[in-house]
Design a protein around this ligand. Sequence first.
Ligand code: MRU
Length: 353
Amino acid sequence: MIDAISFNDKTLRYLDQRYLPLREEYVSTRDHQEAIEAIKTLAVRGAPLIGVAAAYTVILGINSFKGTKAEFPEFFGTLITDVEASRPTAVNLFFATARLKKVYDDHYEADTIETLFAKMLAAARKIHDDEIANCDAMSRHGVELIKADLADILKTRKLNVLTHCNTGTLATGGSGTALGVIKLAWQEGLIERVISAESRPLLQGLRLTAWELEQEKIPFISISDSSSAFLMQRGMIDFGIVGADRIAANGDTANKIGTCAHAISAWHHNIPFYIAAPVSTIDITLSDGTQIPIEERNADELRTIFGTQVATPTTPVLNYAFDVTPGKYLRGIITDKKAVVGNYVTELKLLVE
Ligand code: MRU
C-alpha cells in the first residue's frame, strides 16, 4: 500500500519519490522549509499531491510561529509567499493556499490564534480527503466515457492505452487521475495493456508509473517519449489518457512536457486522447493556454542522467517541465464532477461555479 503523504502529530510524512523505484524512503519533518524544498525538488510531486503538500506545509509553518496574535499577519503573508514560490505551474498549489488564506480572512479577527490554527488544519485535511474522493469520482466518469467512445473495439477485444508521466497514487494520494481511470478500467476488464511513456528528463513514467502498475499487477510496457506516433501508426494504441497541472478556461491543458506531441499524434491518427483532472486543476481566470506559467527547470536535469554527466556542463539547454496541449486535440476532459466533451468554454465555467 503506497502512502504518498500523511500528516499526524504535527509531522508531515512523505515518500521521497526521487529515489523510486530503487529505494523506498519515507521522510518525516516538522520544518516547513524542508517541506518547501521537497516540493521544489520533486520529492513530492504531481498536481493534486503538490496541493495537499502545500496545505500541510502551511500548517507546519504556522505551528512554528512563536509570536503574538498581532504579529501573525506578517508571518502568515511571508509563509504563503514562500510556499507559493515553490512550483509555478500546478494550480492545485494555489488552490490550496487560497483555501487556507480564506480561513485566515474569515476567522482571524474573531478567533484566538489556537482556534484559527485548528480551523486551518481542518481545512488542510479536507483538501487531502477531497483529492482522494475526487480520484474515485473521476475514475467512474472516465470509465463510462471510454466505454461509450470505444464501444466498437470493445465488442471484439480489450484496449491498449497510452499514458504519460505519473498520475497515480504517488501524484494524488488517492487512486490517481488518469492512472485512476486506467486502474478502474482494468478492474472492469477493459484494458489489454498500458503503454507508459518514460517522461524525460526525470522519468516519472519509467520509474513511478511502472512501479505503481507493477504493484497493481496491471500489464504494461514502457516506451521512450518519442515512440508514441509510431505505435499509433502501427495500430498499437487505442486511446491516450494523461493528467493535468493546469487547465485554462478554453480547455488548453498544461501537463508534463511531451504530452502535446502524444495528443497531436493521436489526433492525426483519429485516436481519442483524454485529460483526467479534478476541478481544482481548472484555472478559469486564464482564457487560454498561452497564459499558463510554465516552469523552466535546471539545465543539469538534462545534461546529467541521475548524477552522471552526459553532456558538457556548457551545453545550452532548454528544460521546460510542462507543455500546453490545445483543447482542440482533446476528445474530453474528465473531472470529478463530470466528463466534459466538446464545448469547454461553457462547460468548464459551469463546473467551477
Ligand atoms: O513535474 P511533476 O512530476 O510534478 O509533473 C506531474 C505531471 O505533469 C502530472 O501529469 C500532472 O501533475 C497530473 S498528476 C495527477
